[in-house]
Design a protein around this ligand. Structure first.
Ligand code: TRP
Length: 453
């Protein structure tokens, strides 16, 4: 049998996982959620969700993948032969495929905006809302852009685990972090810094309720990519000396830092040109920011151009590395289960996602009237099923599988790399407590609360 691929280095392992985590969720969704849900109060709850649910669940996902070195379905099957647990893997594969389809649509928007920014249109357009609407509602461009970003991801995934995913993550991630740093500094130099920071950091505890808790948890899961087996697939390429808990911690730290930094970039910039709290919603980075870039840099258009290009490049890079982590689980499944060659498997995923993505892309325009249950469009429906239903369910099942089903000995053995790593006892005790009790109960409670109320 051919030897299965692995990632080549520990840095590579952290960068690919961080690449998966850092995405549109951080730059596009997080600042919006913070703005809508009480500023710093939300950030605090978010950080609690990351520490108490995100990191343990990510470690659990790593354990399943690294232990078995298999695609998700076979990973669960080999750890629990003769049971139905393989379904958990199968659902994860489906979810990744679904998320990739609609995620690519928004990733396509970022490509469109990057191109417009380079051409100088973002910094000269007169009505950014009209531009956004006419672009997203048109019948061609959103589809073309969606297909283009999928082909970029395709290009990387086809080159395999080390030569593709790891190589390009190592190129893209440091660049992405550099852009963030430059933009934060730039944004702090704007006149609206004080207002923006106050908006972002003022804790408004009156806004807190069950719904906010759900938003924070949903945001944490989505942003860390947990609950769908994407990281399980990546972990199946980890080497046996990779430190799982430490990797999960580093990824969570990078991810949260990027999210908060994105807020630091966006809000000071927004407040430098307007006094009122900005529109929360998808319009923030596609409608509000273009006019901010123009107004804030009215006297230095070249600087505005640089700022806009860097910002949309950041969004595109973040989206691409996340797309890779959604592309690979489905591809690995097809290679190892259906016996396809990597090239063929990658193509099947890319083409099918272009087909599904077309439905999602058009659901802002020509297919706007096609509605599913609760009046959702294709795009909303894909988002709802994967982010609101499958992700919490996946989280609960994952915590039950690793916390209750797998023998504790096996989990500890993976956790400690076959007893070569030393951990203080409280860490195991907390890990098992969180994964056995806190994670399943908290996620279920919040999930039911969401569905019923
Ligand atoms: N975490 C990514 C983001 O923040 C999105 C993502 C990539 C994801 N892989 C995932 C979300 C797996 C859920 C599951 O944008």
């Amino acid at each position: 049998m051919e030897k299965r691929a692995t990632f080549g280095s520990k840095l590579g392992i952290i960068l690919v996982s961080a690449g998966s985590a850092v995405g549109l969720g951080n730059v596009w969704r997080f600042p919006t959620e913070v703005g809508a849900n009480g500023g710093a109060a939300f950030i605090l709850i978010y950080i609690m969700c990351v520490l108490l649910l995100g990191v343990p669940l990510m470690t659990a996902e790593f354990i399943v993948g690294r232990k078995t070195h298999k695609n998700q379905v076979d990973a669960y099957r080999s750890l629990s032969p003769g049971t139905g647990w393989w379904l958990q893997g199968a659902i994860g594969v489906f979810a990744a495929w679904f998320i990739l389809s609609y995620y690519s649509v928004v990733a396509g928007w970022t490509l469109q905006y990057l191109i417009s920014a380079v051409l100088g249109r973002v910094t000269t357009m007169t009505d950014s809302a009209a531009y956004f609407t006419s672009f997203t509602q048109s019948a061609w461009m959103p589809v073309v852009m969606m297909a283009a970003v999928l082909l970029m991801s395709h290009w990387v995934i086809m080159r395999g685990v080390q030569g593709g995913i790891e190589r390009y993550s190592k190129l893209m991630m440091p660049f992405l972090l550099l852009i963030i740093a430059v933009l934060v500094v730039g944004s702090f130099a704007m006149p609206g810094t004080g207002e923006g920071l106050r908006f972002l950091l003022r804790p408004d505890f009156t806004k807190l309720n069950g719904g906010v808790l759900l938003s924070a948890m949903g945001q944490a899961f989505f942003s860390l990519s947990v609950g769908m087996g994407c990281l399980c697939t990546y972990a199946s390429y980890f080497t046996d000396d990779a430190k799982l808990m430490k990797t999960a911690g580093s990824v969570a730290l990078i991810d949260t830092t990027v999210a908060v930094m994105s807020g630091f970039i966006i809000f000071p910039a927004v407040f430098s040109v307007q006094e009122v709290a900005p529109d929360a919603g998808p319009g923030l980075v596609f409608i509000t920011l273009p006019s901010v870039f123009q107004m804030a840099f009215a006297h230095a258009p070249l600087l505005g151009w640089v700022f806009a290009v860097m910002f949309y490049l950041l969004l595109l890079l973040a989206a691409l590395t996340s797309m890779m982590s959604l592309h690979e689980p489905v591809t690995a499944f097809l290679i190892e289960r259906a016996g396809l060659q990597r090239r063929a498997a990658t193509s099947v995923v890319t083409l099918s996602c272009i087909a599904l993505g077309t439905l999602c892309a058009l659901s802002f325009g020509p297919l706007k009237e096609v509605r599913f249950l609760f009046g959702m469009t294709f795009f909303d429906f894909f988002d709802f099923i994967s982010a609101k239903i499958i992700m919490p369910m996946g989280g609960v099942l994952l915590s039950i599988f690793v916390g209750w089903y797998l023998p504790k000995k096996l989990v500890i053995k993976e956790f400690t790399n076959n007893h070569t790593l030393r951990f203080p006892r409280w860490l195991f005790v907390s890990f098992f407590f969180l994964i056995r009790w806190v994670a399943p109960l908290a996620i279920t409670a919040i999930f039911i609360n969401e569905l019923l109320f």
